[in-house]
Design a protein around this ligand. Structure first.
Ligand code: ADP
Length: 217
C-alpha cells in the first residue's frame, strides 16, 4: 500500500512561517533631503538593498539603452517618467536575488497611482510596507544642497529650472502619498533631516526602534 503523504503538521506550518517575510521599506523626502544617502546607510540595519529609481533610470541613460534614450529628456526636465515604464524598471530590479528579502525603495512610489499599484503587487506577493520614513528639510537648505551637488556631480537635473520642477512634483504629487499610507495605518516616521549624515541616521534608527521595527540598540 502506498503510504499517504504526510499531512502538514505543526512543523510544516513552522516552516512556512520561517520563510523570511519580504519587506519593502519606503523612504521619502524632497529632492536634496538626503534620502539616497540615508537609504544607503540603512541597508545594514534593515538587511535589504537600497533601490533608487532615479539611479536605475540614470544607469539606463548612461548605458545608452533604448529605454535610457526614451527617459533622458524626461529626467533632464525634472518631470516624472510614465508609470508603466517606471514599473517595468522596478520589477526587473526587485526580481534580482539580492532583493529576495525586500528592499528600501527610494523614489518610488512617487504618485498615488504608483502607491496603489505597489500595494496591489505586494499584497499578491504576500509582502508589505512596514513603515515609511520621511526626511523633512526646509526649502532653502534643499536648494542650497542641490546647487552644491550640481557643481560636484553634474546631474542633468540639478539646475534651477529642473530643481523647481522636481520640488513642485514632490509637493503636488508625492506628499499626498504620505496621507495614503497614514490612512492605511502604515507608520509614517517623520525625521528632521537638517543635521549631519550620521546624526540623521541615528534619528532614523531611534524612530524605527521606538516602533519596534528594528531591535533597540
Ligand atoms: P530627486 O529625488 O533628487 O528628484 P531621484 O534621483 O529620486 O531624484 O529622481 C530623479 C528623476 O528620476 C525624477 O525627477 C524623475 O524624472 C525620475 N523618477 C524617479 N523615480 C520616479 C518615479 N517613481 N516615477 C516617475 N519618475 C521617476
Amino acid at each position: 500500500m502506498i503510504p499517504a503523504p504526510p499531512r502538514p503538521g505543526p512543523a510544516g506550518r513552522r516552516y512556512d512561517r520561517a520563510v523570511p517575510e519580504r519587506t519593502i521599506w519606503v523612504i521619502f523626502g524632497p529632492p536634496g533631503s538626503g534620502k539616497g544617502t540615508q537609504a544607503e546607510q540603512l541597508t545594514s540595519a534593515l538587511g535589504v538593498p537600497h533601490v533608487s529609481t532615479g539611479d536605475l533610470l540614470r544607469t539606463e541613460t548612461e548605458s545608452g539603452t533604448p529605454l535610457g534614450a526614451e527617459v533622458a529628456p524626461v529626467l533632464a526636465a525634472g518631470e516624472l517618467v510614465p508609470d508603466d515604464l517606471m514599473e517595468r524598471v522596478l520589477e526587473r530590479r526587485l526580481a534580482r536575488p539580492d532583493a529576495g528579502r525586500g528592499a528600501i525603495l527610494d523614489g518610488y512610489p512617487r504618485t498615488l497611482a504608483q502607491a496603489r499599484s505597489l500595494d496591489t503587487r505586494l499584497a499578491s506577493a504576500g509582502c508589505r510596507v512596514p513603515a515609511v520614513i520621511v526626511l523633512d528639510v526646509d526649502q532653502d537648505t534643499l536648494v542650497e544642497r542641490l546647487l552644491q551637488r550640481a557643481g560636484e556631480q553634474h546631474r542633468a537635473d540639478d539646475n534651477r529650472a529642473a530643481i523647481a520642477e522636481r520640488m513642485a512634483e514632490y509637493h503636488d504629487r508625492t506628499a499626498p502619498v504620505l496621507d495614503y499610507y497614514r490612512a492605511r495605518d502604515v507608520p509614517v516616521l517623520e525625521i528632521d533631516g537638517t543635521a549631519g549624515i550620521d546624526a540623521v541616521h541615528e534619528r532614523i534608527l531611534r524612530a524605527l526602534a521606538s516602533r519596534a521595527l528594528i531591535a533597540a540598540r
